[in-house]
Design a protein around this ligand. Structure first.
Ligand code: SF4
Ligand code: SF4
Length: 151
């Protein structure tokens, strides 16, 4: 018996070639990009703080106002091909960054695992690891630096 083969569009299409639905499905829902970032003024290196944007639902790792996110949060990262520097600001596990860098998706990515929960089950997302910016003052973000072991 023959089974249908899932169209692994991320393997045959570049980011430029993806349509809007394919582009959106590429997000693994880790919410790391929704964490505040601090930059080392000497080296330019970025560090993540375990302090999330106020619009992030910390229980689901979903944005609570995704369609209006740029109006509501001007600092929300715009992942666009005409702004290549944004890919360096994304975590190394981010699917957009990985495809941009010519890498494949990891087994825990929902497009591979077929479940949105795998990103949480494998500890890739920030579920249970972050506070809301409503709880922490900016002067204390430095006390909440977080690193990600996975690549
Ligand atoms: S870091 Fe990348 S994969 Fe994770 S939520 Fe942000 S855009 Fe999606
Ligand atoms: S506006 Fe939404 S997508 Fe943007 S950083 Fe905040 S929670 Fe994340």
């Amino acid at each position: 018996m023959l089974s249908l083969t899932m169209d692994k569009y991320w393997e045959r299409k570049s980011l430029e070639e993806m349509n809007s639905e394919e582009w959106e499905r590429l997000c693994d829902g880790c919410a790391k990009c929704c964490l505040h970032k601090l930059e080392d003024e000497d080296t330019g290196e970025l560090y993540y703080a375990a302090v999330a944007c106020k619009l992030l639902n910390l229980k689901s790792c979903q944005c609570s106002n995704y369609s209006n996110r740029f109006q509501t949060v001007p600092d929300c990262l715009k992942i666009r091909l005409d702004n290549p520097v944004v890919f360096t600001m994304l975590p190394e596990s981010c699917a957009y960054r990985r495809i941009y860098e010519g890498k494949s998706l990891e087994p825990w990515h929902p497009l591979i695992s077929k479940t949105d929960q795998s990103v949480h089950a494998h500890g890739i997302s920030i579920l249970g690891k972050a506070f809301s910016e409503d709880e922490i003052i900016p002067e204390e973000y430095e006390d909440y630096l977080i690193t990600f072991e996975e690549k």
